[in-house]
Design a protein around this ligand. Structure first.
Ligand SMILES: Cc1ncc(COP(=O)(O)O)c(C=O)c1O
Length: 214
C-alpha cells in the first residue's frame, strides 16, 4: 500500500475515532515498504507483527504494539481468555535472538533467499506475463482466456497451489490475477520446476467443459 494511502487511512481513523488493527507480517521482507499506518496514527492503531515470516513459523511468536494503557489491559484479558499466555520458552528464545543479533542474521538470510526466488521467478515468467513481486510473493496478471479461479482450479489439479485474487479482494470485480507464494516450497530447484509448469499451463487455453445438469 503506498504511503499516501496509509496517510489517508490514518487521517480518517483519527478524525472519525476509528480503531485499526494492523496485521503486518511482511514489512521486514518488503524492500521499500512505506512506514506502517501505526507510525502515522499511533493512538488509533494496534500493530501486530508475527515472526513467522521473517524469522521462523516454528516460533509461534508475534509482537504487538498497543496504542495506550487501557488497550493493554483489554488485550491481556483477551489473550488470557483464548490462550492463557504465550509459550514462555519460545517467547524467551525470540527475545534472546533479537537481543543477541541472531534475529538480524536470520532475517538477512530470509531476505536473501526471497530475493533469489524473486529473481528466479522473473527469469521464468517475465517473458510471457506481467508480474509484480516483493518479499515472498508475486502477483501475476493473467491472459484474458484464463479467469483467476479457473486457473487456480486447473493448477491445483496439476499439483500446483496458487491463490486467486478474489481471496484478497473486497469489492465486486477483483483483478484477473493470481498470487504465487514463493516461500512454501523447500528448495529453489523444485520452485523453478513448479514455475516452469505454471508457465506452460498459462500458455495453454483452458479446456472447455460441457457440464450437463439433469
Ligand atoms: C497476514 C497474516 N497475518 C498473520 C499470519 C499468522 O502468523 P502466525 O504464524 O504468527 O500465526 C499470517 C500467516 O499466514 C498472515 O498471512
Amino acid at each position: 500500500m503506498p504511503a499516501q494511502r496509509r496517510h489517508e487511512i490514518a487521517r480518517t481513523a483519527t478524525t472519525c475515532g476509528v480503531k485499526i488493527i494492523e496485521d503486518d507480517p511482511y514489512w521486514l521482507l518488503a524492500d521499500d515498504a512505506p512506514p506502517p499506518v501505526a507510525r502515522f496514527a499511533p493512538e488509533q492503531v494496534t500493530y501486530i507483527s508475527t515472526l513467522s515470516k521473517c524469522l521462523s513459523p516454528g516460533l509461534r511468536t508475534a509482537f504487538v504494539l498497543l496504542p495506550d494503557a487501557q488497550s493493554r489491559e483489554r488485550f491481556l484479558v483477551g489473550l488470557r481468555a483464548f490462550a492463557l499466555m504465550t509459550t514462555p520458552l519460545t517467547t524467551a528464545l525470540a527475545t534472546q535472538w533479537i537481543h543477541d543479533g541472531s534475529a538480524i542474521q536470520l532475517l538477512a538470510g530470509v531476505q536473501a533467499e526471497a530475493r533469489a526466488r524473486q529473481e528466479l521467478t522473473r527469469q521464468i515468467l517475465e517473458s510471457t506475463l506481467h508480474f509484480s513481486g516483493g518479499g515472498v510473493h508475486v502477483w501475476l496478471a493473467l491472459p484474458s482466456y484464463w479467469t483467476s479461479q479457473e486457473l487456480a482450479r486447473t493448477a491445483r489439479a496439476e499439483g500446483l497451489a496458487v491463490t486467486s485474487s478474489d481471496a484478497f479482494y473486497i469489492g465486486p470485480k477483483p483483478p484477473n490475477a493470481i498470487r504465487i507464494s514463493l516461500g512454501g516450497i523447500r528448495d529453489r530447484t523444485r520452485l523453478a520446476a513448479a514455475l516452469r509448469k505454471l508457465s506452460l499451463l498459462l500458455t495453454r487455453k483452458p479446456s472447455v467443459h460441457r457440464d450437463i445438469v439433469i
